[in-house]
Design a protein around this ligand. Sequence first.
Ligand SMILES: C[S@@+](CC[C@H](N)C(=O)[O-])C[C@H]1O[C@@H](n2cnc3c(N)ncnc32)[C@H](O)[C@@H]1O
Length: 288
Amino acid sequence: MSDHEFGNVSTDLKLSLVEAYLKAFTTALRPQFPELWYIDAFAGTGERVIKQTAVPADLMPGQAEKIERRRGSAQIALDIRPAFDRIVFMEKKKSYCSALERLKEQYPGRNIDIVRGDANAAIEAEIQAMKWVGKRAVMFLDPYGMAVNWTTLERIRKTEAIDVWYLVSLAGLFRQATRDPEKLDDSKRVAITRMLGTDEWIEAWYNRPKKEDLLGEYDDVYQRVADVEAIESFVGKRLKSLFPAVLPPKRLKNANGAPMFSLFLAISNPAGKAIGLATKIGNSILKA
Ligand SMILES: C[S@@+](CC[C@H](N)C(=O)[O-])C[C@H]1O[C@@H](n2cnc3c(N)ncnc32)[C@H](O)[C@@H]1O
């Protein structure tokens, strides 16, 4: 089975923002660059399956479960015109890679590579193997959780050729950074530090607020005081410390309105012209 069932209304929004950027990117850069690439590091299957809850059989006999198939990021990228010259799909799951192979067959003549494995290792290998002069690329980092290592972002930044759409899991960070520091075990600390490339988040998110009573100042409970806003802002500052430009993100919520992700656009090319163009396109999409 390779059906990839995921997402909600925010997923549609996320994919429509990335699609709008991809279209504008190839339209603007096609005349200047012979090699435009798209790298989807958490590619999925190319489609998204949405199952509608079936009506109970005793109420509506014979009524089948309704399955809707929508395009995922991989297929969206393949459909972009002007077309990308090369497309790289990275995906950890074997059955999803097989689905991507079948998708590839529907686009004969296109230069499509499918790399099976962990995205961090695959990006490292891809970047290592390539000369980036004369090329421009868009990369989409769309993990479920906190799978992107900071060292991977450092590698991407060094190319000076890649614009990255990075879906940051606010819910993942919020959950791992437990309010009670006693519950913040080593595995949680390591996961957050691996993602953010620093342990300064501990100092920034936890504090020992001072309180005063008649006897003077005393320490209140030691706990996480950073809310989702502060966590998103910390991530933004970290990205800005690495990339020449990072746009204000789009916050994505779940069906109950709880913030789940922040979608960032980071630009690795330090040239003013590249930053200007990517910022203009990105802002027009993110603010729309
Ligand atoms: C949110 S889904 C991506 C959806 C895709 N962008 C789309 O629009 O169809 C995340 C994908 O990443 C894959 N994945 C999870 N961990 C991974 C890793 N470390 N490296 C590469 N792929 C991974 C999952 O199997 C899943 O297909």
